[in-house]
Design a protein around this ligand. Sequence first.
Ligand code: R5P
Length: 257
Amino acid sequence: MDWGMKNRMSRLIKPEDGRAVWLAVDHGYFLGPLSKLEEPAQTIKPLLPYTDALMLTRGVLRNCVDAGLDIPVILRVSGGNSIVGPALSNEAIQTSVEEAIRLNASAVAFSIYIGTEHEHQTLIALGNLVSEAERYGIPVLAVTAVGKELQKRDARYLGLCCRIAAELGARMVKTYYCEDFERVVKSCPVPLVVAGGPKLKTKMDALRLAHAAVNEGARGVDMGRNIWQADNAVGVIKAIRKIVHDNASVKEAAKLL
Ligand code: R5P
């Protein structure tokens, strides 16, 4: 691995413990101004001290984040779909690698939609993105998207998606936690992080999810709604950090809520 790639990867996944807490605030690219992310700058600011990396689009980065930011950026480069459009899976590259370099991104993120009518399109685009980003030492994070079909989140399907993403060259994969998650981790040769998905019933559920995921082999989380849609977002991210970086139990971490 070249120095630039190694350096970017080590800014994202902390070399001290091989773990990561990333804050995902890229949802607006297809969901628009969803609840608690209507004004991204306000949502993001208090959470920054507890975040290892920020995942977002170029629009929110330029307009809502101070350029003095000392936290690596994972730039969402796929899109072209919307929640009211005909197919959520119809994504393509909407931000170039050149733009990612201009924005000093540490990684670029791209969603793949396996098992949908746009499977081929998103997989070929992922492969092409990897070929281009690798030229500049920029890691690609593949996101195993399920669109509205949340029930797809089982080990067989996610294992398939993660493995294909890694085979096509993604340096890291973001997926969902599921029953039998260890199976997904075992068959994926690159680091995995988990998304939180739609807001769970309680904050404790979010902590349980993070705890189970890292204990079953995830490197950490790339979490959004379960952090910033919570009534005590700072408490939640602190508790998640404690679980991911300090191997805290859910009970111990919950004291930070
Ligand atoms: C999809 O909207 C994005 O890829 C999110 O970054 C991802 O789903 C993680 O956010 P959440 O924890 O809210 O699912």
